[in-house]
Design a protein around this ligand. Sequence first.
Ligand code: FES
Length: 234
Amino acid sequence: MERRRFLESCAVLGGTAGLATAAAAWADSAPRPYPRARLVDVHGTPVRASALAADTNYLFHYPYASTPCFLLDLGRPVSAAAPLRRENGSTYGWQGGVGPGRGIVAFSAICAHKLVYPTREVSFIRYKAGKSTTGDARVIHCCADHSVYDPAVGGRVVSGPAPQPLAAIVLDYDAASDGLFASGTLGAEQFDAFFAKYEFKLALEYGQGKARLPTGERAVVRELAQYCRQTIDC
Ligand code: FES
């Protein structure tokens, strides 16, 4: 009798642990939702997906006021990638491109290596359609230590020291208005580490505690060249 009760307990515990593991895996692979923000231009006019120039670096801040993201029209359809792997070994899927040509993608512009990001003064990280010094074309290349990411495959690492892909930004496309919305992230976020590393600089730039304010209902999209005084080429 005691043995049967013990075995039943083990079965229940085993089942619970299995459910917990499955739930953790699901939570790890699902997008992390944030308040939805419409992408707009500097005048507040909604960005039209079909008006984006292909192979051009656009920048917006999401899901926080100070966290930069690249918006790219790769000029060709890109579909969902094979599972991507975070540094901790967990995997997740990526949605692929959106928009009329299914080539519009967005990624956090915070490098997954040492958190280099585009500032008003300079950007060491950017998308390059032509060949970069590593010989790769159509990649996001961080010139700080040469981490190279493929935006057509969910931001996976092509080469360099980055231990994991760039976090992807979930984009929703509204075909009726040709509009774009950001609604979450996929993959390994670096936001906590980013706020910790740049706390002093961000406080000077945004005001105490304001860098971590949510983006709000609208995220302003600019060309990187209009946001940032100098983009480092490599
Ligand atoms: S910070 Fe980007 S490669 Fe090192």
